[in-house]
Ligand binder design. Structure first.
Ligand code: SF4
Ligand code: SF4
Length: 519
């Protein structure tokens, strides 16, 4: 068999078409007796009709290959990563369920940029499992994992006072579990053993503020060498119980409220949360402002529901002195995700970033950059803040410093542009370094940027975009780099994505069994 015939057996790669006469500018691949191809300009041939074999280009650019999950049976499947018409897709092929095309990024240039921000991984001190069945079946953390826990979560309950249509933990008032304090403390100890001094622990649920021992839980976290503790909440108790907010304020410094805040629009609340929470959000923010409690707003973004509000939410955040930043998260198709159509409702990290950058607001394209420990999943923009005015500074962070093996310090002497920006923004004559306070307080893998003396955390603002993968856009390379982890009651530390897919509860473990069956 000659080479053309061999190529001809690969569907889609060659095009056998009868051509009438010479076609100027085209090349003909001629069959030859031997194993070689003869390539001849068609214009040189006689006008006799003939059958030719013309190579056809793929409609996409092949960017690489990964392993993903079949959206149907969750078996591990090969996935081509391709760029096509200004978007990046996975082309997945399952032996049993065929081909699936999944949107991964709306911005191929940013997708490529993410790879320039990769840095050596920073491993945990101890591991909880062994590498046996291979990723993602050994969580965790197993020796194959590439990143420690930059941010850890502990679910203290499954009960909730809402039943949101988008809830990856499937919590609701029908669930009654509140974990005992002793069990939660053991989970905290697992984290401390793994991290030494954990950077950031989020107390989550369910709705953690309705746990009968929530203040004792927070106090237990504060007793441990954990740098920052956050309370993840839907804000109902924060809005309705000012005395509770006063008790939370006693936990400062190193304590922050992570407040669900998806929209300024009642219809979007109804879609995402099943209730109009407009009044609750406003009252919660008023109570947090009064108590001077640092707050991060967290926005779940769903295409066609609230994706047009993102710049407005940043503007709104800046009206509140207590708000230190906004975290945007595309809906993760996990748990209870009612009415979600993955072919229409996905709004990936790249689209959120583009929406913010194109809004004409303070954050330009260079101001929201990939976070080096997990660049495809997390983007960050840091800014200096004066009242409702901000000046982004992330573009002054030199990339070569961001991707160095060890977290590093930026000195004003070495980075005069950053220094100038700080001086001008705050109208200062000199910016003496404040050894206590750093710009990037919460994210461990960023270089330490000193704040000028007299300035503090409240003079900073950040926008963070976090994209958690689901079965559709799952990538085994990305999940090994995951740095946001759940600590589980059986003393494991499991990446956010694999926990929701395969480990969280009985339904997840059933998915794990099916996935292994298909593997
Ligand atoms: S996700 Fe990480 S911890 Fe889990 S199996 Fe893969 S490498 Fe191991
Ligand atoms: S998303 Fe949060 S507030 Fe909504 S039901 Fe789930 S745990 Fe409760």
């Amino acid at each position: 068999m000659n080479l053309v015939e061999e190529i001809g057996h690969l569907p889609g790669l060659v095009d056998d078409r009868p051509l009438a006469g010479p076609q100027p500018g085209l090349l003909l691949m001629m069959r030859t007796a031997g194993p070689t191809l003869a390539v001849v300009p068609l214009a040189d041939l006689s006008s006799t009709p003939m059958t030719v074999t013309v190579r056809r280009q793929t409609p996409y650019t092949f960017l690489g290959q990964t392993t993903s999950l079949c959206g149907e049976c969750l078996a591990l499947v090969p996935a081509k990563i391709v760029a096509e018409e200004g978007r990046v897709y996975y082309l997945k092929r399952c032996r049993r369920h065929g081909v699936e095309k999944v949107l991964v990024s709306t911005d191929p240039a940013y997708w490529r940029l993410c790879h320039d921000y990769l840095k050596p991984g920073d491993r945990p001190l101890v591991l909880q499992t062994r590498t046996e069945r291979g990723c993602p079946y050994d969580c965790g953390l197993c020796p194959d994992h590439e990143q420690h826990s930059c941010l850890a979560l502990i679910d203290v309950n499954e009960a909730c006072n809402l039943a949101c249509p988008v809830c990856f933990s499937d919590s609701s008032p029908q669930r009654s579990l509140h974990r005992p304090l002793a069990e939660i403390e053991r989970m905290m100890d697992t984290l401390v053993a793994s991290e030494g001094e954990p950077d950031l622990l989020q107390i989550s649920g369910g709705e953690p503020t309705i746990h009968p021992e929530i203040l004792e839980i927070l106090a237990a976290a504060k007793r441990r060498p954990i740098r920052h503790v956050m309370l993840n909440t839907n804000g109902i108790r924060i809005a309705e119980d000012p005395e509770f907010v006063n008790r939370l304020a006693d936990l400062r410094p190193g304590f922050e409220v992570y407040l669900q805040f998806d929209s300024l629009n009642p219809e979007a609340h109804l879609n995402l949360r099943g209730a109009d929470l407009t009044r609750i959000r406003r009252q919660a923010l008023e109570n947090l402002e009064r108590a001077g409690l640092s707050t991060t707003l967290v926005v779940v973004v769903k295409q066609g529901v609230n994706d047009d509000e993102l710049p407005a939410i940043i503007d709104h955040a800046l009206q509140w002195r207590c708000v230190r930043g906004v975290v945007f998260q595309p809906v993760q198709d996990a748990g209870r995700n009612e009415g979600f159509d993955p072919s229409k409702d996905r709004f990936p990290l790249s689209a959120i970033r583009r929406r913010i950058v194109d809004s004409g607001g303070p954050f330009g394209a260079g101001d929201i950059i990939p976070l080096p420990c997990n660049p495809e999943s997390i983007a960050i923009g840091y800014a200096l803040r004066k009242g409702a005015t901000i000046a982004p500074v992330t573009s002054f962070f030199p990339r070569e410093l961001l991707v160095e093996a060890l977290p590093n310090a930026i000195t004003f002497e070495k980075y005069p542009e950053l220094h100038r920006q700080v001086l001008e923004f705050f109208s200062l004559a000199t910016a003496e370094c404040n050894n206590e306070r750093k710009l990037a307080e919460l994210l461990c893998c960023l270089p330490e940027v000193p704040l000028p003396a007299g300035l503090g955390y409240e003079d900073t603002f950040r926008v963070v975009i976090v994209e958690f993968m689901d079965a559709h856009n799952f990538c085994i390379g990305r999940v090994k780099r995951s740095c946001i982890h759940f600590v589980t009651p059986d003393q494991k530390i499991i990446p956010f994505e694999t926990h929701n897919l395969f480990y969280r509860d009985a339904a997840a473990r059933e998915r794990l069994r099916r996935s292994l069956e298909g593997a």
